[in-house]
Design a protein around this ligand. Structure first.
Ligand SMILES: [Zn+2]
Ligand SMILES: [Zn+2]
Length: 379
């Protein structure tokens, strides 16, 4: 004798899809192998899975109600399901006989995966350089708490559609010169779902989800850049009918820093030093992302020269280490001289034989202009 799937789930023959689903969920929680590894329980768990596979699918359920066993016919898969088969032929043939070939399709599910969502997050340069943790407000659809995604008002449930008898589509026979032609279209009463919700949930109007604002904590890894997207799996929009949520993407927008310009993982900045310091050399304190560092200005430093501070840039997102901080030096020429300073400079010029200098061309690749150009090209 074949297993009675209705008895296995403990529901009546007239049970609605909702009652079948609830009975299955209750049993599955009780009998799940993770909860109860006993072999007998596992056998029973297989049975309820098989029963649910058949009874939750209006098409298979119909085959079963007509006396067949869609699982044994499909080549097994369900534990303990006795075969009916012999002598009665192929069940899909029977379905075809009743409903036409399109009977294979079945109703579409109310449950669908939700959409991905994207949110823009402004961060500061130092947060990008070292990584940070941010709290963000997200506004997405979540599962409706009133109906837990089912879409039916509390105390009610979805009913099998009586127009299509749960198939989700209706068929029509028309006569043409070729003979009888069977056409089918989505059921107009249930929009192809196979079930109707007579009393939709008042909270979500039957959609199974509501909008909600949540606060999420996002870990921003060190080294993110403008446009980097951080994927938070399952934090996007919940789907209709309590479907799984899409992903949430957090797109990074790095705010411009007043001093440092980022190129890749290197940072660039410009410091101005007096002409005398450039000539004599000096040590100059500089506020970097890591605190105050001393840069060593060599005697005879030219305007446009750069001093690299290794490993003081942005952390590499992939791999180890950091970029550099490149300090570009700009030598300031004094613009206001008092008589004593002017006198000193004139003496210096005379000592150096620079009273009447002639302009000298620099070789093409060495001048300040070409260095600036290189800097803009990110070299
Ligand atoms: Zn609801
Ligand atoms: Zn219908």
């Amino acid at each position: 004798m074949a297993t009675d799937y209705y008895t296995v789930l403990g529901v009546g023959r007239d049970a609605s899809q909702d009652q079948i689903k609830k009975a299955f969920r209750r049993l599955a929680r009780e009998l799940h192998p993770d909860v109860n590894p006993d072999p007998k329980t596992q056998e029973r768990f297989k049975e309820i899975n098989a029963a649910y596979e058949v009874l939750s699918d209006p098409q298979k359920k119909q085959v079963y109600d007509l006396g067949g066993d869609p699982l044994s016919q499909a080549g097994g898969g369900g534990g303990g399901a006795g075969g009916f088969g012999a002598g009665f032929g192929n069940f899909s043939d029977i379905m075809d006989a009743f409903f036409g070939a399109s009977a294979q399709r079945g109703p579409r599910s109310r449950t669908r995966r939700g959409q991905d969502a994207m949110i823009r997050l402004d961060i500061e340069l130092d947060e990008a350089a070292f990584g940070t943790t941010k709290e963000i407000q997200v506004d997405t659809a979540i599962v409706c708490t009133t109906c837990t995604g089912e879409g039916a008002a509390p105390g009610t449930s979805a009913q099998t559609c009586d127009m299509c008898r749960g198939r989700g589509e209706v068929s029509q026979v028309t006569r043409s010169f070729l003979g009888q032609v069977m056409t089918s279209r989505p059921c107009p009463q249930c929009q192809g779902f196979g079930t109707v919700v007579p009393t939709p949930c008042p909270e979500c109007a039957g959609d199974g989800r509501i909008r909600s604002r949540r606060t999420l904590t996002v870990k921003i890894p060190a080294g993110v850049d403008n446009g980097t997207r951080i994927q938070l799996a399952g934090e996007g929009e919940v789907g209709p009918g309590g479907g799984p949520a899409g992903d949430l993407y957090v797109e990074i927008h790095e705010q411009a820093h007043p001093v440092f310009q980022r190129r890749g993982d290197d940072l660039h900045c410009t410091v101005t030093i007096p002409m005398t310091a450039a000539a004599l050399g000096t040590k100059c304190p500089l506020e970097t992302l890591d605190g105050v560092e001393e840069i060593d200005v060599r005697p005879g430093t030219q305007s446009g020269q750069s001093i690299p501070l290794h490993q003081r840039g942005v952390t590499h997102l992939r791999g180890n280490g950091r970029g550099d901080l490149i300090v570009h030096v700009e030598v300031q020429t004094p613009s206001k001289l008092d008589p004593e300073q002017e006198e000193l400079l004139r003496r210096l010029a005379k000592l150096r034989g620079e009273e009447r200098p002639t302009g000298q061309f620099q070789p093409g690749q060495q001048g300040l202009f070409s260095r600036l150009k290189d800097a803009f090209n990110g070299r």
